[in-house]
Ligand binder design. Structure first.
Ligand SMILES: [Zn+2]
Length: 178
């Protein structure tokens, strides 16, 4: 499936999730019929679909759509890719930056595709470790580079009380030798 930013929302899912959010708001002791909250369940239902749109996108296809034969074999680095994801344990945001490097092995990929695949895997219920691994595996399996490394540093809303940032580093291929 080609990459597409989800701007349309499934009516059935929106209606379903909307009703559940309304119940949650009431369970919290709020009045879901007061002015400020009237449209909140629908907005929240759409926001949640937006934040999990990665389930309907194919990162491999995105990379393949911009793969070029190339003899260039120096390390390619894309730094400071902003990422926004949802921690699957609390359904709370975690956000930060990804840094990705690979050493081409006959193919390079259009640089704009790297942030896109970060988005595809980030916009799901995630843990930072799996997110790092999925990005690494996708690049490794599709581009088949000589080496690939992914670093993600992120702050987790569910851990903000303790002000801890988490860093995940994974690498494969020639990076293992360094
Ligand atoms: Zn969490």
């Amino acid at each position: 499936m080609p990459y597409k930013n989800l701007e349309e929302y499934c009516i059935n899912v929106t209606d379903d999730v909307k009703e559940r959010y309304k119940k949650i708001i009431e369970d919290l002791g709020e009045d879901s019929s007061r002015d400020g909250l009237l449209k909140t369940p629908e907005r929240a239902a759409k926001a949640l679909q937006f934040l999990t749109q990665g389930y309907h996108q194919d990162a491999t296809e995105i990379l393949k759509s911009a793969m070029f034969k190339e003899t260039y074999d120096e390390m390619v680095i894309v730094k400071d890719i902003e990422l926004y994801s949802l921690c699957e344990h609390h359904i709370l945001p975690f956000f930060g930056k990804a840094h990705i490097a690979y050493i081409p092995n006959g193919h390079i990929v259009g640089l704009s595709k790297i942030p896109r695949i970060v988005d595809v895997f980030a916009r799901r219920l995630q843990i930072q470790e799996r997110l790092t691994e999925q990005i690494l595996d996708c690049i490794n399996d599709t581009l088949k580079p000589l080496g690939v490394a992914v670093v993600i540093e992120a702050s987790h809303m569910c851990m903000m009380m303790s002000h801890r940032d988490i860093m995940c580093i994974l690498n494969m291929g020639d990076f293992l030798l360094q």
